[in-house]
Design a protein around this ligand. Structure first.
Ligand code: SD4
Length: 325
């Protein structure tokens, strides 16, 4: 049997991964699998950190970042700070076909999307607006740090022809400054894939992920012989140690990885959930929990499959009525 595989960040990607796995199982292309899988997450209104329903910036505007990379040609397309367009990942994929101007921001990205017939849509939901209002009040009353609630969806796919692709999509940090761009659309930081090795993608505090180019770093470690699990965990851990030593603090960082044999791995310095499926395994949601030593280094990361009850509780929670937020 020909091998295929797909891995994604966060439990919100469960339905998307199932869709992507279906495409790959039927000998579909990895480019289509990762794009369609991410579109599913972007379109679902109850996920508050990606696409429609994503949380806004401090001005209550939803500004979205997305990227797409093809592991065969190394083509990249990326957009940042785009407003009012339905599927940022598809715009990024389209840009990857071009030779020049492959990374567009703000008004330029919107003009490109308009010219190429992408669907315009107000991406701010009532739910996201209410969450913003509550948070604004808390920040003002309790002097809290505004930055919170950030979960990028990243997908890495391998198809039966041994091609690979990666894509990302996010509303970035909740309450970010207008125009702030994180790692997710930045090649090497938020994502990277090379058919000859494998792919990696990151989620967490973009400001820190970019300091270590962690997706490229993870792919390089696989190139040098590490398994995806060793590569992702050592890249995250080594860099977290560096950040703490040199800056006193390391932000939340999680990386997913898959090599061109369909083996996958993750690295994380915080509690993290992810979803994976391959020609050998049905889509499963996993919970990853780092166990720390006294000096804050990670001793091991415990990985277990999420139960059905866990996922049901999660769905109930994200869909709770607006009055209960
Ligand atoms: C960013 N890395 O914009 C993104 C946010 C994220 O999990 O992934 N959070 O910094």
């Amino acid at each position: 049997m020909r091998k295929w595989g797909i891995i994604a960040t966060w439990r919100m990607a469960a339905d998307g991964v199932a869709l992507g796995a279906d495409i790959l199982k039927n000998n579909g292309k990895c480019q289509d699998a990762v794009e369609k899988a991410i579109m599913q997450v972007e379109d679902y209104p109850f996920y508050k950190s990606v696409g429609y329903g994503g949380l806004p910036n401090e001005n209550c505007e939803v500004e979205l970042d997305a990227a797409f990379m093809d592991g065969k040609t190394l083509s990249i397309g990326a957009i940042a700070g785009i407003k009012d367009y339905k599927n940022p990942v598809s715009i990024a994929r389209k840009l990857s076909e071009d030779r020049f101007n492959i990374f567009l921001v703000g008004a330029g990205a919107e003009a490109y999307a308009h010219k190429n017939g992408f669907v315009r849509q107000n991406m701010l939901t009532e739910r996201a607006k209410k969450t913003w209002e509550i948070r604004m009040k808390e920040i003002n009353e309790k002097n809290l740090s505004p930055y919170d609630g950030h979960d990028t969806v990243c997908m890495i796919g391998l198809d039966s022809e041994k091609d690979m692709a990666v894509a990302t999509s996010t509303s970035g940090l909740f309450m970010k400054k207008r125009g702030r761009v994180g790692d997710s659309p930045v090649s090497g930081s938020g994502f990277y894939v090379d058919n000859e090795v494998g792919g990696a993608a990151a989620t967490g505090l973009g400001e820190d992920i970019m300091k270590g180019c962690l997706s490229y770093e993870t792919v390089q470690r696989m190139r040098n012989g590490m398994s995806p699990m060793e590569a992702a965990q050592s890249a995250v851990e080594d860099f977290s140690v560096q950040l703490r030593r040199r800056r006193g603090v390391a932000g939340a960082i999680s990386v997913i990885a898959m090599n061109n044999k369909g083996e996958w791995g993750i690295g994380t310095n915080v509690e993290f959930t992810f979803v994976a499926s391959t020609s050998e395994e049905e889509p499963k949601v996993y919970l990853a929990n780092p166990v720390f030593n006294e000096d804050k280094t990670v001793k091991e990361v415990k990985i277990e499959v999420a139960s059905k009850e866990y996922m049901e509780e999660y769905k109930r929670n994200i869909q709770k009525p607006l009055e209960e937020i």
